[in-house]
Design a protein around this ligand. Structure first.
Ligand SMILES: O=C(O)CCC(=O)C(=O)O
Ligand SMILES: [Fe+2]
Length: 280
């Protein structure tokens, strides 16, 4: 097995079959995941049950509440774009599940149908997003918490959700509207590496705790903008046999929507995480 760091974020894993991992390879992958926050496996050949087995090596599966599930394997969420659909899923910078009290660890995404060109996924490191800030701003952020929510994305009032419901890609907006909005530290002690990580994101963070949305927006926007400097973004191209496994606490991702008229189908399994602690 070969683990090669990528240029901006993550590492590429080759010369291994994820269906037959030894305990030693498993330990090596867990260390690489903690260090890099993103593993891109190439040249894999796995069916749905192999995907489930791989995910279970990392933890308990979180069955998605909103996405359409695979008909035979409900633990697998379908991340689909049909040729006649305009909107894709995940087409902006975000990290998944920050709207949960105990956010998911990450997801394992397997390519099933790919467009001829395009459909890359971009990743950004939230270790780097924090590390590059000034000491003054770091000190302030270490004292702050932020409120996150799913309502504006997966709730009844979301246009994105209404489109997805009409296209049968998502459901259960009432569930999103009923979720209590969690409060998480703005700088989290990463559960696997112990390093500080910036834990706000454009998808689901509403405001800083104790601040209004208007007061929060300028600083949040500054953090968002400084987190995705062009040469610090990893552009992951999908090929048949590619699997991406990302850490929701250490990275953001952004699915590119540049393949009009073509289909793209991915299978996603999400793994439960743990409660987040502030980095002191
Ligand atoms: O389709 C992709 O590349 C990623 C979509 C996304 O945001 C997700 O599956 O969480
Ligand atoms: Fe996502």
């Amino acid at each position: 097995m070969k683990i090669t760091p990528l240029s901006a974020v993550g590492a590429e894993v080759t010369e291994v079959d994820v269906k037959g991992l030894t305990d030693a390879q498993d330990a090596q992958l867990k260390a690489a995941f903690a260090q890099h926050g993103l593993l891109i496996f190439r040249d894999q050949d796995l069916v749905e049950t192999d995907h489930v087995d791989l995910a279970e090596r990392w933890g308990q599966i979180n069955t998605n509440r909103f996405f359409k599930a695979h008909a035979d394997h409900p633990q697998i969420a379908l991340v689909d774009k049909a040729p006649d659909q305009i909107q894709n899923i995940g087409g902006d910078w975000h990290t998944d599940h920050s709207y949960d009290q105990v956010p998911a660890l990450g997801s394992i995404l397997v390519a099933r149908t790919l467009p001829e060109t395009g459909g890359d996924t971009w990743f950004a490191s939230m270790y780097r997003a924090f590390d590059q800030l000034s000491d003054g701003l770091k000190t302030l952020l270490l004292t702050l918490n932020a409120v996150h929510s799913a309502k504006h994305v997966f709730g009844n009032k979301s246009e994105y959700m209404q489109t997805n419901i009409s296209q049968k890609r998502m459901s259960r907006p009432d569930l999103a509207d009923a979720l209590p909005d969690p409060i998480h530290p703005v700088v989290v002690r990463h559960p696997l590496s112990g390093r500080p990580v910036l834990y706000v994101n454009p998808g689901f963070t509403i405001r800083f705790e104790g601040w209004t949305q208007e007061e929060s927006a300028p600083l949040l926007n500054y953090l968002y903008q400084s987190a995705v400097v062009e040469d610090q973004v990893e552009v992951v191209d999908w090929r048949t046999g590619t699997i991406a496994f990302w850490d929701n606490r250490a990275t953001w991702h952004f699915a590119q929507n540049d393949y009009p008229g073509q289909a793209r189908r991915m299978h996603r399994i999400t793994i439960e995480g743990e409660a987040l602690q502030a980095h002191q």
